[in-house]
Design a protein around this ligand. Structure first.
Ligand code: MRU
Length: 381
């Protein structure tokens, strides 16, 4: 994606491969800055504190984190400890474990001296594959958007397609393109008029800060709404489709995504609005059948609920005086609870948009696209 005319990915190698560059997402949308990760601890901290976030991107960061650990010490114990440290940073997104296992399984059989280079190569392949998968999701989603737009009544054909999204499943959440936002970028670039309702996505406001940042830089018309507005908009015919990403998808098609996604799915179901989930294969957990019962939900700090950060503008005439400030929302001492994700059951999902096409949100639907990957998992024929 382009920022001020320069093409960016969200993660890259620097200093001849001794350092990993990332965009610091905790500073967006107010400051665009990058960070260099040179140690395992820095990579783990970047994931845990959400300097990098989004399921596919934390997977790739984890993969490069293993590379950094092996550059420092390539022995078996170092590999095992780094795997555990990185895997513990965020428990919900399956992409993290998937990418760590891929790198570990690639390097473990090698002599220690060859491991760091092999980890770098495997991490680069994972990153490149992510870009290709996301672009393919974009192409399949675009076809879907075209058919939803064409099916609208003739008096609404001149209106842009109104799509609602939750959280940030854009290029900042992946290596490039994004999952849920990829079809939106494809639509915009190919001239399908589109407008995006952006859920602010409390408590960390990934919609208001990151999705709005991305769409603005790409010139896609969008409007930020409070999380509670979506149902009202759907009741009044102002949403043609909902599209979100996912951090973990069970083999039965349950999807786990940012907290609040389930409520949007319920509202969409009640109003006959199609609810689509966009995902690469790396997000499917073939070992799980019941998302609500089995997917671990990350509980983050209550401070993310009781405090909020934004740009303070003490002097309207002088933007150089603007500072990022954290302020308290609740009475001092108020207790907060902060589950970061929820599960939307497959029955509420209209379809899964993958890099291989659109599948029904069901075990049969996913197996029809991923026969090889799903072979041998529970319930397989
Ligand atoms: O807590 P975050 O910001 O990492 O959560 C991100 C999401 O919930 C995304 O929707 C999900 O990772 C899919 S991203 C392609």
């Amino acid at each position: 994606m382009n920022i001020d005319g320069k093409a960016w990915r969200t993660i890259w190698l620097e200093q001849g491969g001794r350092s990993v560059g990332v965009i610091d997402q905790t500073q967006l949308p107010h400051r665009f800055s990058t960070r260099s990760l040179t140690t395992l601890d820095q990579a783990a901290e970047a994931i845990a504190t959400m300097v990098v976030r989004g399921a596919p991107l934390i997977g790739v960061t984890g993969a490069y984190g293993l590379m950094l650990a092996l550059q420092a010490d390539p022995c078996d114990a170092s590999l095992a400890a780094a795997f555990e440290q990185l895997n513990a940073t965020r428990p919900t997104a399956i992409n993290l474990r998937w990418a760590l296992e891929r790198v570990r399984d690639r390097v473990a059989p090698l002599p220690p001296a060859e491991r760091a280079a092999a980890a770098a190569a495997e991490a680069a392949v994972i990153a490149d594959e992510d870009v290709l998968m996301c672009e393919a999701i974009g192409a399949h989603g675009l076809e879907l958007f075209r058919s939803i737009a064409a099916a609208r009544p003739s008096e609404r054909q001149h209106e842009p397609l109104n799509v609602l999204t939750h959280c940030n499943a854009g290029w900042l959440a992946t290596v490039d393109w994004g999952t849920a936002l990829a079809p939106i970028y494809k639509a915009h670039r190919t001239g399908l008029p589109i407008h995006v309702w952006v859920d602010e996505t409390r408590p960390r406001n990934q919609g208001a800060s990151l999705t709005a940042f991305e769409l603005g830089r790409e010139g896609v018309p969008h409007t930020v709404i409070v999380d509670n507005a979506g149902g009202h908009l759907m009741q009044h015919g102002l949403v043609d489709a909902v599209i979100v990403g996912t951090d973990r998808t069970t083999r039965t098609g349950d999807v786990c995504n940012k907290i609040g996604t389930y409520l949007k799915a319920l509202a969409a179901f009640d109003n006959g609005v199609p609810f689509y989930v966009a995902l690469p294969a790396s997000t499917i957990d073939w070992t799980l059948a019941d998302g609500v019962a089995e997917i671990p939900i990350e509980a983050r700090s209550p401070d993310e609920v009781t405090l909020i950060t934004g740009l303070s503008k003490p002097n309207a005439a002088d933007s150089s005086a603007d500072v990022l400030r954290c302020v308290q929302l609740t009475p001092a001492g108020t207790v907060g609870f902060n589950p970061a994700f929820d599960v939307t059951p497959a029955r509420l999902v209209t379809g899964l948009i993958t890099e291989r096409g659109v599948a029904e949100a069901s075990e049969a639907g996913l197996r029809s696209l991923y026969a090889t990957e799903s072979a041998g998992t529970d319930g397989a024929p």
